[in-house]
Write a protein that binds this ligand. Structure first.
Ligand code: AMP
Length: 315
């Protein structure tokens, strides 16, 4: 396979820097976390004498990555910052992102913010972990079983278990590479898809809370702060109730919005099988992909206008 300049530049940059910080996006999901942990493992196992720090919030835990406490001014100012799975600089989950020496972006989102001079961005990839897996493979880097496991987490979740539209030959090529590196898929699936009764009950409740608009073509679950608090679930778990609205023939666009305790914004997730919901998400401080986007509403009062905009996509 032909190597493009950027792929070699990433190797060059990794070699050049002793201190490398890897940052995820805010409200992390498995694609950003798998990318960060997988890439850390690849760097540590293939390059000597590197300090690699993963920063940001941990998935489903209201905790920061332990590596953050190991950083200091000197390390930060001499670091290469690699951002994974994040399109906009303001969504990069690192307090000192403006103080690093250089930024390298690895991503698969539509490009909305050109914050790094050097980057590997493949918008045709279903997952950022796909981009990292294929990059490492092309460069003949060793992918250990641990790295492969982290990367597979991102691949399987962002592709909706290989169901979503952008799943393509390269996705299966990445899956092949990761399986051959030792991934045990049944272990990953039981970690990801076996749910606790509490979560199953939330999904059931969420379905009953759903409101349907425009002859059932739009479905919406609204999770107010009090409900969010009472549920005692992580943000990703709350958001996972989106799946109860997917795969329903009549429902063309579905969404879930929640307000966490202490936040003044409403976090919104929108999905569709066919309509370009990203064009609506960008109107509400959001973005993402054509069929899977997120956004932030200033208040619940914007809900009617949002539903109007979604209606307009269908009409
Ligand atoms: P989510 O609904 O949070 O799972 O996000 C779906 C996709 O949209 C992911 O690829 C996110 O990275 C992206 N996304 C979510 N929220 C935002 C936002 N406020 N701005 C830009 N992209 C977003």
């Amino acid at each position: 396979m032909e190597l493009k300049g950027n792929e070699l530049t990433l190797i060059k940059k990794i070699k050049e820097y002793k201190n490398i910080i890897i940052a995820k996006h805010v409200s992390p999901d498995w694609d950003t976390q798998g990318s960060a942990y997988g890439l850390r493992e690849i760097i540590l196992k293939n390059f000597e004498n590197k300090n690699v720090y993963v920063v940001g919030e941990k998935l489903n835990l209201a905790l920061r990555e332990e590596d953050e406490s190991k950083l200091n001014k000197d390390i930060i100012s001499s670091s290469l910052l690699i951002t994974v799975d994040v399109a906009n600089f303001d969504r990069v989950d690192f307090y000192f992102k403006n103080e690093v020496k250089e930024v390298f972006k690895i991503d698969h989102h539509l490009e909305v913010d050109e914050f790094a001079e050097n980057k590997i961005v493949d918008v045709s990839a279903i997952a950022c972990t796909q981009v990292i897996t294929l990059w490492a493979n092309q460069l003949n880097l060793k992918i250990t079983k641990d790295a492969a496991t982290y990367l597979y987490f991102g691949l399987i979740t962002d592709s909706g278990r290989f169901l979503f539209e952008k799943t393509n030959g390269s996705t299966f090529q990445a899956a092949k590479i990761l399986l051959e590196a030792g991934v045990i898929i049944t272990e990953i699936y039981s970690q990801l898809f076996l749910k606790k009764l509490k979560l199953a009950k939330w999904h059931n409740k969420a379905f009953n809370m759903a409101k349907f608009y425009n002859i059932n073509q739009i479905a919406f679950i609204k999770v107010k702060t009090k409900i969010f608090k009472d549920l005692d679930l992580g943000e990703e778990e709350i958001k996972s109730a989106l799946t109860v609205l997917s795969g329903i023939e009549e429902v063309k666009i579905w969404a879930l919005a929640y307000k966490t305790v202490g936040s003044n914004k409403v976090k919104l997730s929108i999905r569709s099988r066919e309509f370009d919901i990203n064009s609506v998400a960008v109107k509400y401080n959001g973005g993402g992909h054509k069929l899977a986007s997120g956004a932030k509403l200033d208040s619940w009062r914007q809900l009617n206008s949002l539903i109007n905009d979604l209606n307009n996509l269908i009409e």
